[in-house]
Design a protein around this ligand. Sequence first.
Ligand code: SF4
Length: 511
Amino acid sequence: MAQNVDKIKDHAELFQEPEYQELFKAKKAFEGMPADETVKEAADWTKTWEYREKNFAREALTVNPAKACQPLGAILAAVGFEATMPFVHGSQGCVAYFRTHFTRHFKEPFNAVSSSMTEDAAVFGGLKNMVEGLANTYALYKPKMIAVCTTCMAEVIGDDLGAFITTSKNQGSIPEDFPVPYAHTPSFVGSHTTGYDNMMKGILTTLTAGKKKETTNGTINFIPGFETYMGNFRELKSLLKAMNVNATILADNEDYLDSPNDGTYRMYQGGTPLDVAAESINAEHTIALQTYTTSKTRDYIAKEWGRPTSVSRPWGIKATDEFLMKLSELTGNPIPAEIEKERGRAVDAITDTQAWLHGKRAALYGDPDLVMGLLQFLLEVGIEPVHVLVTNSTPEFEAEARALLDSSIYGKGATVWGGKDLWHMRSLLFTEPVDFLIGNSYAKYLWRDTGTPLIRIGYPIFDRHHLHRYSTIGYNGAINLLNWIANSILDELDRNTIVPAKTDISYDLIR
Ligand code: SF4
């Protein structure tokens, strides 16, 4: 027996055992797999320019898209509010996927319930599921708010959330005045970033209804967007504290997704208090830290609240400078010396490392805002982006990315590949190789296949721990980005100079 109770082997080791090797061989023979040389020949052809052209002519098929579906973003927005239970109207399997996705990334429990629609609901509509589901959620999990979104199934049959929630209240499932914001989140359009935006708009619409006053309350709202770096919440709060800004964060996911282990389980952790969120309608200004995850919400705030909004994406030195100057302009408060010192440290760190970064060629992919933030930083430190790929792209993003790239001598050689997937990226890496690739855990397939060194920045990151606890924004975030990128380059250099008397000619202890 390959497995032994006294020494349980991990599968990586277990599958090397002779009995498994025999099994794999037999399976290959049974399935009539072609000879190894034939497989290699086909694999080699897929690395050529000829294959790249065929790959890019592909229209009807997507392979490994770098995006997730709308409700995933919607429930991330929901858990940033105090004692809020995300309620997904639709199929149970979808919700299991969202919960696992977040749990694998954050290494935290993630709660979301489902109305568990099955075949009968698909035919007759999901009203009964909604009425019972809301009653059960209210009774069992005792939330202060239930935020409802949908899966594809509910959208395909056209369930009307507003009407269903009103009926549920009329039938006594939940109290009349209990907040149940909702967002339609069909995944056959948009992505998790659209879902985040739709839900944020839905929650703010519900919580602020009837709360508008004649005068503002002197606060500034901050919308982080689809933010998966919990260190960014801490960095934002630290900058706001130093600048003495009276701020409301919409929404504050930090405690929920990076909760301390003090021995007590809490279903709800932290989050923006509902009464504070309700008052956000009277803020002086709203600053979004991402553009493409907040466009509908900003539009709603401008039109319905009649209050100004702006976007600051404080990745890298220049953008952080601009963010702080914006805060200073809005509040009249000066930028304190302690922040100037932080800036000086970040600039010093970049100067120390710059020689190892200058002229390095990079490929990167991710959500539009993450990619924009990374581009801001890469260009600042003299790295040349070559392949910039965004599956959930928009024409606005492509224009913004192009303008930024054209503003720097390091960006002029880059191509922005909107709407493309990771199989396209594979062709790009084989035909026009780069020094490193920046992406999420799914880039591991590209790293294995193409040998391009991988730096994990983005979402999701399942196969490395704790990166989400760090920041990527502000001056401290710039140091973290620098650290991840520079030290990966140095690791690679060490790996490439490891063979005695062959590749170790430039091997060195000091870099
Ligand atoms: S794409 Fe639609 S069906 Fe698939 S997991 Fe997302 S919501 Fe469910």
